[in-house]
Design a protein around this ligand. Structure first.
Ligand code: LAN
Length: 754
């Protein structure tokens, strides 16, 4: 029944270009099934970031077939827009590579293996293309990083090694020998990070005694208890949920004791003999190269207490009772999450583990889950990867549309069609309550959520990051969605041809934003902050930083401030006092987290440059007069200080990891330290702050124009996105949307007002 629901609502045969709900599915056709599709050879040593050639070529080809060749355009902005509109998918969004992390697809491979190696989870073409990806990203030391630009870690290496073996690569293949040397040099798989250990335990290549406790009965604590997991950041919560279930039932691959590959892996992964390993003693081991956030003393103590609890004889009957109830609650909660998200699930890690829980529940939902695996897979010239989300559709689209609106080109004949399609995507993607309009068959689920029981924040009126089927609303995605709608709604083409969005829906969006403001005046990602800073002492992940609670971020706060301000202009009477107050508090929050040197630390993009734009624009949107505001001028001075000799700005991932500005700029994959994406961010910030140094801005704009390719595209440089301090994530749309926006702002706003 559930399978039928998913199939019917989301058009399973949809190809990448024919979807109506943002779904991105790759089909392998003819000879292109090696994942390369005739692309130029991919050389990760030059730049491990794919430039999304497969997708872009396919789109350009389709465009040319329909519309013929473009007349060459001189104007850089027009050239960029004429290029970018060609990449749009029929349903209105722009697709793109959202890969980057290396630790995601191995989890999928393990799940595919332990649930019976079905083609419905991963077919042969997908597996081949996945192997190609792993091969492409192996580094000269034999290892793999946590993400494509990271130095090798045990986390990335053990997982990828195991995935390659499960996909059929022989242990004696030279690349695997090399990887094994790396693993053994760092002490063997007992030194990998806990999330990798978890996968090894499921597969039967590590004893569960080697894994710290994840008791599912923590869900039974009373809600007021500060240790109740509902207070965690939703991503951590939704990952530890299926983990608790699988740990609590000590789930292991049924054929582990006879499976040749598993038995061999037990020999390959450890320098000592598997039988002799002291698993209990190995639990807390972790290689220094993985140990980004060392587990704090409080967590170590908690683990000690849990060890006693786990082995206590007296507590056995009590434990058995609460464990059973904890497992039952976890299984139900996983299922609720599956249904709420149409089996997409909030992210790639819980997708895989929830699938395993569904397999274990054996209630028929596993098949529905299989249909949603391709949503996470993306093919580029470096092979097939599992993405960090089921795409970044709504997010990228909201920037593209705001850029077009700011360029005052929304009604230009060559963009009309593109704008109307994008508008319709925004309309279809907003999360509504119960009604399902004709134009929007996607499952809108507010009433199905069982919100209170499963700790969900309000959704009605929000926008998600990707698709309405996913449906978790996010503060800044809601805000950027609302800003886009406000920017487009008065265009002639939208009024004539777009699906209407009622004022009431815009008010709903503002209600979501208002509800998401934290006590400190800032905005977190999906929910209000429900916990305390000291939770970070309990972060068990080792490889990630600041994952325990939903903090207030400069990015989410700027977006929310901007949306409130623009909404107030359009609807001055809706919750007037609350909106005013929220803006004043938002403004104070942004000032409170600005660093002495004028910068802000960026959590979701690289890094101080990204946050600089958000910080400045957020301050201005919340009422700061740029010409007199000291914080705005200090922020502009910070950005100006980092302009490079070639006129651009550059910052690479190390800034995020080290939490300090990487003075060498975009070191490895930029252009003499600069890059087009950071340059565009810096310019957007400076122009929002009405920077008085016009020469610097002009130089930055000239830099963007100089780097533009003949086609109107820009080159793909270093990785632009980040999460959890330590993991990079790819946004291929950024090299288009932000330069376009910066050029637009320069022409339409800055020159006129300065
Ligand atoms: C994202 C993607 C979008 C991103 C923005 C909207 C850009 C940001 O402004 C707020 C945070 C958010 C929503 C975000 C949070 C962390 C995510 C979900 C991701 C970076 C995509 C992947 C990542 C997720 C945690 C990856 C899975 C890994 C785990 C450690 C669970």
């Amino acid at each position: 029944e559930v399978t039928a629901l998913a199939a019917q609502k989301h058009g399973l045969n949809a190809s990448l270009s024919g979807e109506s709900s943002g779904r991105q599915i790759w089909h392998f056709v003819g000879e292109e099934n090696d994942g390369a599709g005739g692309c130029e050879a991919f050389d990760p040593a030059k730049n491990p970031n794919s430039s999304d050639q497969l997708y872009r070529r396919e789109r350009l080809r389709t465009w040319r077939q329909k519309h013929g060749d473009d007349v060459p355009v001189k104007d850089p902005l027009e050239r960029a827009l004429k290029f970018y509109r060609k990449l749009q998918v029929d349903d209105g969004h722009w697709a793109g590579d959202y890969g980057g992390p290396h630790f995601l697809s191995p989890g999928l491979v393990v799940m595919w293996y332990v649930t019976g190696r079905r083609d419905s989870v991963l077919d042969a073409n997908q597996r081949n293309a996945m192997k190609r990806y792993y091969e492409n990203h192996q580094q000269s030391d034999g290892g793999w990083g946590t993400h494509i630009e990271s130095p090798s870690t045990m986390f990335g290496t053990t997982l990828t090694y195991v995935a390659l073996r499960l996909l059929g690569e022989p242990a004696e293949a030279p690349r695997l020998r090399k990887a094994r040397t790396f693993i053994h040099y760092h002490g063997g798989a007992t030194y990998t990070a806990s999330w990798a250990k978890f996968a090894l335990c499921l597969l039967g290549c590590m004893d569960w005694e080697g894994h710290e406790s994840v008791p599912p009965e923590m869900w039974l604590l009373p809600r007021w208890c500060p240790f109740h997991p509902c207070r965690m950041w939703c991503h951590a919560r939704m990952v530890y949920l299926p983990m608790g279930y699988l740990w609590g039932s000590r789930w292991v691959y049924a054929d582990a004791e006879t499976d040749e590959t598993v038995l061999s892996l037990r020999r390959e992964l450890y320098p000592e003999s598997y039988e002799k390993i002291d698993w209990r003693a190995s639990r807390s081991l972790v290689a220094p190269i993985d140990d980004y956030s060392p587990v704090g003393v409080p967590m170590k103590l908690a683990q000690l207490v849990l060890r006693c609890y786990e082995s206590s004889f007296i507590l056995k009957p009590f434990r058995a009772f609460v464990r059973r109830r904890g497992l039952a609650f976890s299984a139900d909660y996983c299922k609720a999450e599956d249904l709420q998200t149409n089996f997409v699930d909030i992210g790639p890690v819980n997708k895989v583990y929830n699938m395993l829980v569904a397999y274990d529940r054996n209630d028929g939902t596993f098949d529905a889950h299989c249909l949603r695996v391709p949503d996470y897979l993306w093919v580029a010239e470096d092979g097939l990867k599992m993405q960090g989300y089921n795409g970044s559709q709504c997010w990228d689209l909201s920037f593209a549309t705001q850029a077009i609106a700011e360029a005052r080109l929304g009604d230009a004949a060559y963009l009309e069609d593109c704008v109307v399609k994008a508008w319709n995507y925004l309309e279809r993607t907003q999360i509504l309550s119960t009604e399902v309009s004709q134009a929007s068959p996607a499952f809108r689920y507010e009433d199905a959520i069982n919100r209170e029981k499963y700790f969900r924040h309000v959704s009605k009126g929000g926008w998600p990051f990707s698709t309405s089927a996913h449906g978790w609303p996010i503060s800044d995605c809601t805000a950027e969605g609302l800003k886009s709608v406000l920017a487009l709604r008065n265009l002639q083409c939208v009024m004539k041809k777009g699906t209407s969005i009622s004022d009431e829906r815009l008010c709903d969006a503002v209600d979501v934003i208002l509800a998401l403001q934290n006590a400190d005046g800032g905005f977190a990602t999906y929910e209000n902050n429900r916990g305390y800073g000291w939770y970070e002492w309990l972060n068990p992940s080792e490889v990630f930083g600041d994952i325990m609670i939903d903090y207030s971020y400069v990015e989410c706060s700027m977006a929310s401030n901007g949306a409130l301000a623009r909404f107030r202009e359009a609807f001055p009477t809706h919750r007037q006092r609350e909106v005013d107050r929220a803006l004043a508090r938002g403004n104070a929050f942004l000032k409170s987290i600005q660093r002495e040197d004028g910068s802000w630390y960026g959590s979701w993009g690289c890094c101080f440059t990204y946050a600089g734009w958000f910080g400045i624009e957020g301050l201005v949107d919340s009422g700061e007069d740029p010409s007199t505001s000291e914080p705005v001028q200090r922020a502009c001075a910070f950005l100006l200080k980092h302009q490079r000799a070639n006129g651009g700005w550059g910052e690479d991932f190390t800034s995020c990891f080290d939490k300090a500005y990487a003075a060498d700029g975009m070191r490895d994959y930029g252009d003499d330290g600069s890059g087009v994406v950071p340059t565009a961010w810096a310019l957007l910030g400076l122009m929002a702050g009405r920077c008085a140094d016009q020469a610097a801005v002009r130089k930055g704009v000239a830099y963007l124009e100089r780097r533009q390719l003949e086609s109107g595209d820009w080159p793909q440089e270093g990785i632009a996105g980040v999460f959890n301090r330590a993991c990079g994530i790819t946004y291929t749309a950024y090299r288009n949307v932000f330069p376009i926006w910066a050029l637009a702002r320069y022409r339409e706003e800055y020159l006129l007002h300065s």
